[in-house]
Design a protein around this ligand. Sequence first.
Ligand code: SF4
Length: 197
Amino acid sequence: GETVITADMVDSLIKRHAPMCMRNLHEQLEEKHHLRHYARLQYNLFLKELGLPIEEALIFWRRSFSGITDDKFNKEYRYNIRHGYGLEGRRLNYPAKSCARILTQDQPGPQDNHGCPFRHFSPQNLSSALSRHYSLSVNEQSEILSAVKQGHYHVGCTRLFELTHSKLGVKKGEGLGNGESVSHPNRYFERSWSKFR
Ligand code: SF4
């Protein structure tokens, strides 16, 4: 059955199980206490699909945007977050963005944090983000960087999944399971989390 996810659980779940795109958004949010529109959109829908209920999402976002008043939060952000949950406006049930959408739509500018690190980070930034978050060997890291250099972003992401789950028995070529490569951040998260449950 579905596990109820609370605002308090988000930090450790993301750090353990989320793909790089979402770890990056989470980290930027922690650091700046703010995310711009498309970054919020990408992360909010991801968290929704992960199973974070709206009440917990509002707690999570309110806490994260710690530099502003309740009034400003309610006026400028609450509606947007609820909108993502299909509770405002036309009440559409927006799906979380797939890798294909993240890679091709709403290209991030220099001030933005949304997008896919494999696709949108400079080689230097990607390399330093990989070193900061994961303990990969030099060879493992260059394997990922060379896939990215050839434009195979999902290959880089899938290989990172394999390497960071190798202690749990995931082998090269297995991907998310049966050779499936990463095509959606939520599938990455679910497969990772399922290995610990
Ligand atoms: Fe996220 Fe997909 Fe990029 Fe992986 S390939 S970091 S899941 S957008």
